[in-house]
Design a protein around this ligand. Structure first.
Ligand SMILES: Cc1ncc(COP(=O)(O)O)c(C=O)c1O
Length: 373
């Protein structure tokens, strides 16, 4: 059976490596292996000692211990190291869902969170819980979630900080989401890929897995740490039986994580605080530049400042954001992601704030606006 196109990745495949001014990336500024080793104060020779045999399927015990230490009360045995964060969405949804199951998904969503659920359980069995647009901010409607979730709901899928809106619930709202899942005995898949990138003086939410035994958390080093080329990610699955079933799906995907990535993931986690501080600082400066930019272009854009994460979804006054973004990429070399790729109409674009050359990209974009392109 065919699965829906992965629109975001298809769009990026067209432009990511040929368009000079990337204004919509969701990852933070990356670095070389040498820079990472230096940042963590690890001798570069240690990389040459990495053994290229098969690795432990659930992940290197030391790496699992480092990951578990990020979550109060979580044990290393509850961590499953992935060969890419994306693998975590696939294996978790395959494990938890069967055709006909009822699922509720926060939308707009990163493609696989929605498409894979629809593919497994059937489109009619997935209910969308849409983030709502308020004046100057996004918000969630908890009454709507209460109405969507029933005793038949097998799984609720959320993603906070949220890609693409940059929305972060309050701790009380998050508690209420967990309580709704708990009341109905539903599993809660919480994509926490952007956790740690809270702005505006906000603290990270507690991880869902520290709040609810039926929560599964996806995280990794691609976004918050700016290391997407490592393809390093993890799931935390507290239920031993479900974890075992998930491992069986992992045997059908990648079997075990790549040894060099595991080594470098351990190095990256030694530099966890430094990487987070660096990337938060980059985002803060860039969002500040965006504030000024959108103040100059008030008529053309609807700017809702992101609360957390590395992206924002911006309303744009053009007949079609899709046509506009394709033209902008081809004619001005500037990449914005149209909301059509996110299943969210055709009047928004995603902007990303994690890159050091944001100012230069924004200037190029402004130039194209001034020249009426
Ligand atoms: C919300 C969310 N989850 C998961 C992923 C997958 O991460 P990766 O591409 O590193 O596998 C992404 C990537 O954009 C994402 O935005």
């Amino acid at each position: 059976m065919k699965i829906a196109p992965f629109s975001i990745e298809e769009f990026f495949a067209l432009y990511e490596f040929t368009t000079p001014y990337l204004l919509c990336s969701s990852d933070c500024e990356s670095m070389t292996v040498g820079e990472l080793l230096a940042l963590a104060e690890v001798d570069a020779a240690a990389l040459a000692d990495v053994h290229l045999g098969y690795t432990e399927s659930q992940g290197h015990p030391e790496l699992r211990a480092q990951i578990a230490a990020l979550y109060p009360g979580v044990a290393a045995e509850e961590v499953v190291v992935l060969t890419a964060p994306e693998e975590g969405i696939y294996t978790a949804l395959r494990t938890l869902l069967a055709p006909g199951d009822e699922v509720v998904v926060l939308t707009p969503a990163y493609d696989s969170l929605l498409n894979l659920a629809e593919h497994i359980v059937g489109e009619d069995n997935v209910k969308k819980w849409e983030i709502e647009a308020g004046n100057g901010r996004w918000h969630i409607n908890l009454s709507r979630l209460e109405a969507l979730v029933t005793d038949e709901t097998k799984l609720i899928i959320v993603n906070f900080p949220h890609n693409p809106t940059g929305f972060l619930p309050t701790p009380e709202e998050f508690e209420a989401i967990v309580a709704i899942a708990q009341k109905h005995g539903a599993w809660l898949f919480c994509d926490e890929m952007y956790r740690g990138l809270e702005g505006n003086g906000l603290s990270p939410l507690p991880s869902a897995v520290t709040q609810y035994e039926r929560a599964i958390n996806l995280s990794g080093l691609s976004k918050t740490h700016g290391l997407p080329g490592l393809r390093a990610g993890w799931l935390i699955v507290r239920d031993a039986e479900v974890r075992q079933q998930l491992m069986n799906w992992k045997f059908y995907t990648t079997i075990c994580p790549p040894a060099p990535s595991e080594f470098l993931a351990m190095v990256a986690l030694q530099a966890h605080d430094k990487l987070l501080a660096r990337n938060r600082q980059i985002i803060e400066g860039n969002v500040y530049l965006a504030d000024a930019f959108f103040a100059r272009w008030r008529e053309m854009f609807d700017w809702k400042r992101p609360l957390a994460g590395s992206v924002a979804l911006v309303g744009i006054q053009v007949p079609s954001a899709t046509a506009y973004c394709h033209r902008l990429a081809k004619e001005a070399g500037v990449l914005l992601l149209p909301s059509s790729c996110l299943g969210y109409g055709d009047q928004h674009v995603r902007m990303g704030f994690g890159r050091r050359n944001f100012q230069e990209c924004l200037a190029q974009f402004e130039q194209s606006l001034l020249s009426g392109q």
